[in-house]
Design a protein around this ligand. Structure first.
Ligand SMILES: NC(=O)c1ccc[n+]([C@@H]2O[C@H](COP(=O)([O-])OP(=O)(O)OC[C@H]3O[C@@H](n4cnc5c(N)ncnc54)[C@H](O)[C@@H]3O)[C@@H](O)[C@H]2O)c1
Length: 197
């Protein structure tokens, strides 16, 4: 399967490497060219045991690339993981979703075939439904863009060994009954119900 990962920080870079290690073709996308250059040269910009070796072996195998190019990413795959930051708003308790919105706003108009965007960032309940509406307004006519969520539960300093079990649940925002299972390539997604994210 081909997939992209938007946001190649701690979560996104680890997810991109993990997916490549599982045998998928992965394009990691970030707006920070310095981060993209480092990852492309096999350097991890944060501490995570084992990850640099896995990054380098998957770069060498040609399964993993990094880019700042949204158009190339839209063209590359039909499934797009979203792992950008969602910091707390200044002086408020809410999450700042501006980076999540930026990915949807930049990516969706560039999609030209049915696609799934799978969020992994930590977001408030209701976000997937809101993004689904946002994506519908931005998608070109006849292009179905589905939003799902696969929240991340990353144990820092030990993600590599747990990678395989972390791709399992999602929350769709279409009105299907909870419990639906979907398969995208080798990735099985289990619908927990629309209101869980
Ligand atoms: N780090 C963890 O252990 C962990 C665990 C569980 C959940 N999360 C969640 O994962 C999300 C990301 O966390 P992180 O620690 O990886 O953050 P991070 O700050 O390390 O990485 C975020 C990345 O997103 C990039 N980015 C911002 N806007 C972008 C855009 N429009 N397009 C593409 N890339 C963009 C940034 O340049 C940065 O590289 C947050 O919602 C966080 O709560 C993190």
């Amino acid at each position: 399967m081909k997939c992209t990962v938007f946001g190649t920080g701690y979560l996104g870079a680890t997810h991109a490497v993990g997916m490549a290690q599982l045998g998928h073709e992965v394009l990691g996308v970030d707006i920070d060219p310095g981060k993209i250059a480092k990852l492309t040269s096999g350097e991890i910009p944060f501490y995570e045991p084992e990850l640099a070796d896995l990054l380098r072996s998957n770069l060498a195998a040609g399964r993993l690339r990094f880019s700042t190019d949204y158009a190339a990413a839209a063209d590359f795959a039909d499934i797009h993981f979203l792992g950008v930051g969602t910091p707390q708003k200044k002086a408020e308790y809410g999450a700042d979703l501006r980076h999540v919105h930026a990915v949807i706003d930049e990516l969706v108009p560039r999609l030209s075939r049915p696609s799934v965007i799978v969020g992994k960032s930590t977001v408030p309940v209701g976000t997937a439904t809101e993004l689904s509406r946002r994506a519908s307004c931005l998608a070109s006519a006849g292009t179905d863009v589905e939003i799902a969520w696969n929240p991340e539960f990353l144990r820092e300093a030990s993600p590599c060994g747990t990678r395989c079990i972390r791709i399992g649940s999602w929350s769709a925002c279409n009105p299907t009954p909870p419990g639906r299972r979907l398969r995208y390539g080798d990735v099985e997604l289990f619908d927990l119900g629309r209101r869980s994210v």
